[in-house]
Design a protein around this ligand. Sequence first.
Ligand SMILES: CC(C)(COP(=O)(O)OP(=O)(O)OC[C@H]1O[C@@H](n2cnc3c(N)ncnc32)[C@H](O)[C@@H]1OP(=O)(O)O)[C@@H](O)C(=O)NCCC(=O)NCCS
Length: 378
Amino acid sequence: MTSPTGYAPEPTTWRILDVAPAPAADHPDAWAFHGIAAVDRAIETANLGYDDLARTEQQLVSGMLHQEYAEKRRFVAVLDRADDAAPTAADVVGFGLLAMNREQNTHTADLYVGVHPDHRRRGIGSALAEQAERVAADAGRTTFFGWSLSAREAAEGEEALVPATGAGRLPADAAGVQFGLGRGYTLEQVERVSRLDLPVDPEALAAFEAEAREKAGADYVTHTWSGIPEEWYEGYARLMTRMSTDVPQGDLDFGEETWDAERVRVYLRDRADSGQRLLTTVAVHAPSGEIAAGTSFLLQDGLPAFVFQEETIALKEHRGHRLGMLVKAVNLRELVTRYPDTERVHTFNAEENAHMLGINVALGFRPSGAEAALQKRL
Ligand SMILES: CC(C)(COP(=O)(O)OP(=O)(O)OC[C@H]1O[C@@H](n2cnc3c(N)ncnc32)[C@H](O)[C@@H]1OP(=O)(O)O)[C@@H](O)C(=O)NCCC(=O)NCCS
């Protein structure tokens, strides 16, 4: 092919490499993780116009070191260098992430493939996905999950991709979904990505909290923690176990993930090693001493402008007391008080999770994107 300038472009070749864990982000062996992070930022910026959702180098390095509950593999696509020198971060043009649960859901594998926007439609994504799927299949995994972010949902009347749940619609040209469909995945579910721009009106927030507190009554007491105190690990583990089954997940073939205090400890250690911290509010049912509901924000060291709204759950036996709104309103009040530099909050919810979306919309969250949940069964 000849370029518009009349010069034939240099043929570029690339290859896929397996990435070994690196001891720390500033270690020379971490070059591939720096390459992955740079590609991830480029993908997010091209897609959404900002890179808040991209994984940091520290997160990628730590995630690979923490394989207590899932076996992980990372692959990079690197451009071949004319001088035959060893590849560097700047040569990375794509990556594949694979995670396979060790204890439960051992039939499943999580896959994510990303290719730099300047290097697409050359088969790099396919080669990365093939590599990850082959490793997963060799490990006996028969259900693969993939995720793909779009900048928006499809507009009314626009040609759209509709998931099996029927809730939510994606633009027909969503690259990641088309890529997945072409590889035999089905579009199972659409998650709404929402964003809350701060500041919130403190009076409106106080009113939500007061109303929820009144409805909850004196039996429910809230606690807010920066990091979870060890004596509450067990109770928090119960919330996380329920989180794996109680949130709507369409036909995604994913069963319960049992958490215990040790798993909470490992999870928090991974967060800390990733440069992340939790701000958590729980509602404790005073008569039983049980954690009935909880919610967390995830904060990233060195990136104070945004946080993620993580899991929010009220246990089934404690529903109907407005505990979801209570813990969310309290945690948000604590966030703006303790971390006044925060400018925005990002969150993801299944489109069919009307109850949680209702709470978020009331608090001021607005749609900012859509995520496809893809599944392939061998
Ligand atoms: C999805 C993604 C990884 C594809 O990477 P890529 O290197 O362009 O993929 P390939 O060149 O191997 O494409 C293979 C096929 O997928 C389909 N495809 C890829 N991008 C497409 C698009 N924008 N529109 C329609 N089909 C597309 C085509 O059938 C393509 O074959 P073709 O080029 O011969 O027509 C890339 O677009 C990306 O990084 N997107 C953001 C991350 C993401 O959503 N990942 C989801 C996968 S878990």
